[in-house]
Design a protein around this ligand. Structure first.
Ligand code: GTP
Ligand code: MG
Length: 693
């Protein structure tokens, strides 16, 4: 591949709802530009960017993939980002390195939730936005309807730039409004044709809108526009680019990725109208002093690069996808990881296209490529010149919203499973694997059910390790509601060294269940020898880890040892620990023991129209509504819900609100489990115990 200067680079992420055609579009651009000589289809698993086995199997993208396209004098670094919400984590890296987010919408489906989310995330990252109305070849394709929806939803900054000639099976060309030129045909057979007269009025109107928007994006142009009432095509282009950068202009183009109509014009638009990375300024800090440091995207600046994705390639091993933020990168460039503060040595510098690597000798400022075998580098790290180090902020991945306990399906394969999962988390930082100290389970968390399914499938296909997922254990607690006094008597005197321990203990509930246990020594007169009293306490502390109802930790328990007896020979530490256990089991069983369950503080953010459903659903989950607030145009429902009712909430909320809702949850307190629910929990723990025996 040629070596492209910064001004000739275009970094563009394809975002949008699942199945709108982002992967097919990438394929179509690669084909039309000659990078591939056959256009693959998602259905056949033959595309460049859906190369992973799980992607071809399911017919959807799962990880973001880079596909550079050479077109005329420029290099368009396309990043094909999955649309499925389970893979939302794949969006955050690319948005840190591109100048343009091209949001793909269907000419039939119109504005979807995926488009709304892409719009918001791109806006939060200060990235220029455009819309690609794809699937114009489909029956019922309607560009003006979709354009109206886009303007209605996203505002007047949305302006048509490339409009269709015909629609559906008749869709055979496009018109570039700004150039007032029309093109028919697809792929390599595109030719310029006279602008159809029928569209003259529509074009004139769209051009007037575009000129006004371009004028508003640049003060000098605005002045001229007010004075003279018009701008030259060159001036409109300047205003247009400024508007894209500032977000004041969001152009809409159209095409069919499947037939290839409109694809060359789309690539022309990407080259001529979207912004290069040239001169972009990135803020960071000096890793040593913490002082603010900025770098400009220019070859003359000290080298720095941002790692926006990590992939585990079966052949070259670990690959770190980077964008050069300043300076240039060659295989000989000294690499200092300013985030891990380690010197790095790479195995090679590549241009990455789908799963393929091509060696390159240089990446200019602004360009995207891959480095292999970096040992101390993760996604979100900064690589820089060791003498002029700079660190950019890490990527803020979404917190996981769906968890499962994870086990090795086959005994003895634990290492394989958990090493594999650790590698997977390196590739996909939106999953986490954590050990729950209390339940001792390992918990795998991600963005949804499908996400965890895919993780397990990849674990099997890439690392040959089988994982099993289960609902995580709920860390229930037990406590007592009544004060009882009871005796624990352990006597074994059947020849040989006998055992004797005898205690009387009063068990009572503590006012605060946040205190697990309190031992009171109320022994008088040495009825229990001083040296055995700690054994009684120890015996109790050992046993309260397992409650009397369902084996969950006992909390809020006071035990007052006030009487007992001993045998001069047969009493021992062990005998009194056993006596304590007997007293504990008997006493607490009689003290009206109850189960306590963790209650979560949940905040759900939804558009108005879903509030009723969300509130109804909270009550179905034995939850309580604590309040409602307006938060940035959305309704926030604040509730308290038992943890056990929240397992599938991520999936349920997504289907309840068409993925427009989001939620956070955190532990609030423990509360008594209602009797009917407690009964089921006790039965299932008894069953589990039977199964274990
Ligand atoms: N008729 C028609 N079908 C298309 C077009 N583009 C894509 N498709 C079809 O739409 C389906 C989804 O296409 P993909 O390219 O996988 O969509 P995607 O946006 O990458 O989907 P995710 O990766 O899941 O986000 C496939 O069956 C494509 O063949 C188009 O322009 N016209
Ligand atoms: Mg895709």
């Amino acid at each position: 591949m040629a070596d492209f200067g910064t001004q000739d680079i275009r970094n563009i992420a394809l975002l949008g709802h699942g199945s709108e055609g982002k992967t097919t579009l990438t394929e179509s651009l690669l084909f039309a530009s000659g990078a591939i000589d056959r256009q693959g289809r998602v259905e056949d698993g033959g595309t460049v960017t859906d190369f992973d086995q799980e992607e071809t199997k399911r017919g959807i993208s799962i990880s973001a993939a880079v596909a550079p396209v050479e077109w005329k004098k420029a290099k368009i670094n396309l990043i094909d980002v999955p649309g499925y919400f389970d893979f939302i984590g794949e969006l955050f890296g690319p948005l840190r390195v591109v100048q343009t987010a091209a949001i793909v919408v269907g000419a039939v489906s119109g504005v979807t939730v995926g488009a709304e989310k892409a719009w918001d995330y791109a806006g939060q990252n200060g990235v220029g936005r455009m819309f690609i109305v794809n699937q114009m070849d489909r029956e019922n394709a309607d560009f003006s309807k979709v354009l109206a929806e886009l303007r209605d939803k996203f505002g007047s900054s949305v302006v048509p730039l490339i409009v269709p000639i015909g629609a559906g099976p008749q869709f055979n060309g496009v018109i570039n409004i700004l150039e007032n030129k029309a093109y028919e045909g697809s792929g390599k057979a595109v030719k310029e044709v006279p602008v159809p007269g029928t569209t003259a009025d529509a074009i004139e109107e769209a051009l007037a809108e575009m000129t006004e928007a371009a004028a508003e994006a640049d003060d000098t142009l605005l002045e001229k526009y007010f004075e003279e009432g018009s701008l030259t095509p060159e001036e409109v282009l300047v205003g247009f680019r400024a508007g894209m950068k500032s977000g004041q202009i969001v152009p809409v183009v159209c095409c069919s990725a499947l037939t290839g109509v409109g694809i060359p014009t789309l690539m022309d638009m990407m080259v001529n109208y979207t912004n290069s990375p040239e001169g972009t300024v990135t803020e960071g800090t000096d890793p040593k002093s913490g002082d603010a440091v900025t770098r400009t995207c220019d070859n003359g600046e000290p080298f720095s690069a941002f790692v926006f994705k990590t992939i585990a390639d079966p052949f070259v091993g670990k690959l770190s996808l980077v964008r050069v933020m300043s300076g240039t990168l060659t295989p000989a460039t000294p690499l200092y990881n300013a985030t891990s503060e380690r010197t790095e040595k790479s195995g090679g510098l590549y241009m990455q296209r789908g799963k393929k690597q091509t060696n390159v000798q240089i990446l200019n400022a602004g360009d995207i490529g891959a480095l292999s075998k970096l040992q101390y580098t993760a996604t979100g790290d900064t690589l820089s010149d060791p003498n002029q180090a700079v660190k950019y902020p890490p990527i803020d991945f979404p917190a996981p919203s769906f968890s499962k306990a994870v086990f090795a399906a086959k005994q003895g394969e634990e290492d394989k499973v958990f090493t594999g999962l650790a590698r997977m988390a390196e590739e996909d930082p939106s999953i986490t694997v954590e050990k729950n100290a209390e339940t001792t389970e390992s918990v795998l968390s991600g963005q949804g059910e499908l996400h965890l399914d895919v993780v397990c499938a990849k674990l099997a296909s890439k690392f040959g390790a089988q994982a099993q997922l289960k609902d995580p254990r709920i860390p229930y607690r037990e406590t007592i509601r009544k004060t009882v006094s009871t005796q624990g008597r352990h006597k074994k005197q059947t020849g040989g060294h006998g055992q004797f321990g005898d205690v009387w203990i009063e068990f009572s509930p503590l006012p605060d269940t946040n205190v697990d246990f309190e031992f009171v020594d109320a022994v008088v007169g040495g009825v229990v020898p001083r040296n055995f009293i700690p054994s009684v306490e120890k015996g109790l502390r050992e046993n309260i880890r397992k409650g009397v109802l369902a084996g969950y930790p006992m909390v809020g328990l006071r035990a007052k040892l006030y009487d007992g007896s001993y045998h001069a020979v047969d009493s021992s530490e062990m005998a009194f620990r056993t006596a304590a256990r007997i007293a504990y089991r008997k006493g607490c069983t009689e003290a009206n023991p109850v189960l306590l369950e963790p209650i979560m503080h949940v905040e759900v953010l939804v558009p108005d129209e879903y509030m009723g459903d969300v509130m109804g659903d909270v009550s179905k989950r034995r939850g309580r509504i604590m309040g409602m607030n307006q938060v940035s145009g959305m309704q926030q429902v604040v509730a308290e819900v038992p943890m056990s009712e929240m397992f599938k909430y991520a999936t349920d909320l997504r289907s309840m609100t068409q993925a427009r809702g989001s939620f956070t949850m955190a532990f609030e307190r423990y509360e008594e489990v209602p009797a009917d629910v407690a009964k089921k929990i006790i039965e299932s723990s008894e069953k589990e115990e039977d199964d274990d025996e």
